[in-house]
Design a protein around this ligand. Structure first.
Ligand SMILES: Cc1ncc(COP(=O)(O)O)c(C=O)c1O
Length: 376
């Protein structure tokens, strides 16, 4: 143990920016037997048996070796899957890693003092609220300017005229758009996103973490516009949160920039093996998507029958506003009965619960308990 120096708390060794930082608060991962976990949008189905076999057979004496630094076979397979080239793809330790790398590659840290608007835009990270709550944290970590733009009451994507009238900055260095949106579940059409992307000057990331549950995706925008990147993940739809594999698709110049600043072995070997095996069994996953979408619609209808307001969802979760009790109380009473959902204590969203679609049995139990809570 180091000797104590009077008046010299180790805090002073930490950068002021980091000292003041509030880290991202992930959804709880409680280790409680029998718990129904509907809080972090994980897929209730296991990965395909091919994936489990691939991980098992990769867990041998090769564990002592570094994995493929460029995730080359995975990038080649993804390129075939999406009809692009491996140079259009970078793989990350979850898409979260890539979202963070984008701040470092595309955004100047904030300078103090008065600076011209154009320069301020180069230091700006922009996103809608509510959307993925990691974005403001990434902006603070990087010391960037933040431009938060409120979505309308129904969480629809505003058109360009409405954005122009508000505080949207079409020249922000980096814009994140969650599509389908989280936590609302609202899908944004490719037509509307095209109009927005056409008007954008900075790098625009379409974060499609939940897109496999939606009617359409916007990959073609990443192929058409050099400033647009589409972000995807194996976590949600492909039941692979544990392995941490996500990827970006975009212009080779932007992808190359991210590649230069990533850690050499950023994607672990078992994750690469699991993702490759996933792509060899897409039939298995497509069945899961259909099942989840069917259950999503059934659960929404059941809650609507109770008089709740449920937003139309294009994701594997729903965002529901109860009547008769507050969302906070609904959350608390579900939690007492071993069902965990997500309640955000923030303006405009604290009157709703975000509920991940689980198995049929889990959703039946969730609905039975909800009915009994609201009957009381
Ligand atoms: C909108 C959105 N993007 C990205 C992620 C991160 O996914 P990954 O597991 O690939 O890091 C999440 C996870 O909750 C998310 O909700």
């Amino acid at each position: 143990m180091a000797a104590k120096r009077k008046g010299s708390s180790p805090d002073r060794l930490i950068r002021p920016l980091v000292r003041k930082l509030h880290g991202y608060v992930p959804g709880e991962q409680p280790n409680v037997r029998g718990l129904i976990k509907l809080n972090t949008n994980e897929n209730p189905a296991p990965p395909s048996p091919k994936v489990i076999r691939a991980i098992r057979s990769a867990a041998d004496e090769r564990l002592r070796l570094y994995p493929d630094p460029a995730a080359q076979p995975l990038r080649e397979t993804l390129a075939k899957f999406h009809g692009c080239r491996p140079e259009n793809i970078i793989v990350g330790n979850g898409s979260d890693e890539l979202l963070a790398l984008a701040t470092r590659a595309f955004v100047e840290p904030r300078q103090t003092g008065t600076i011209p608007l154009r320069q301020a835009a180069k230091q700006t990270i922009q996103y809608f609220t509510p959307s993925y709550s990691l974005y403001p944290i990434l902006a603070s970590i990087h010391g960037a300017r933040c431009n938060e733009v409120k979505l309308p009451a129904g969480f629809e994507l505003p058109d360009n005229d409405a954005l122009r009238k508000g505080n949207w900055n079409f020249s922000a260095a980096l814009t994140y758009i969650t599509t389908p949106n989280a936590p609302s579940g609202r899908g944004y059409t490719t037509r509307d996103l095209t109009r927005l992307c056409e008007a954008q000057n900075g790098v625009t990331i379409l974060d499609e973490a939940y897109v496999d549950f939606a009617d359409e995706h916007s990959l073609r925008l990443a192929k058409r516009f050099p400033h647009v990147i589409v972000s995807r993940t194996f976590s949600k739809a492909y039941s692979l949160c544990f392995q941490r594999v996500g990827y970006f698709i975009g212009h080779p110049a932007l992808i190359g920039a991210l590649d230069r600043i990533r850690d050499s072995y950023n994607v672990n070997g078992l994750g690469q093996a699991a993702a490759l095996a996933t792509l060899s069994d897409t039939t298995y996953y497509r069945k899961q998507f259909k099942r989840i979408v069917r259950l999503r619609e059934k659960t929404s209808a059941a809650l609507e029958a109770l008089g709740f307001d449920v937003l139309p969802s294009q994701a594997n979760f729903i965002f529901a506003r109860p009547t008769g009790l507050t969302a906070a109380e609904w959350f608390r009473q579900l939690r007492q009965r071993n069902i965990v959902t997500r309640w955000f204590d923030a303006p405009k969203v604290r009157n709703r619960l975000r509920i991940t679609i689980g198995t049929e049995t889990e959703m039946n139990r969730f609905l039975d308990i909800t009915r009994s809570i609201f009957r009381q």
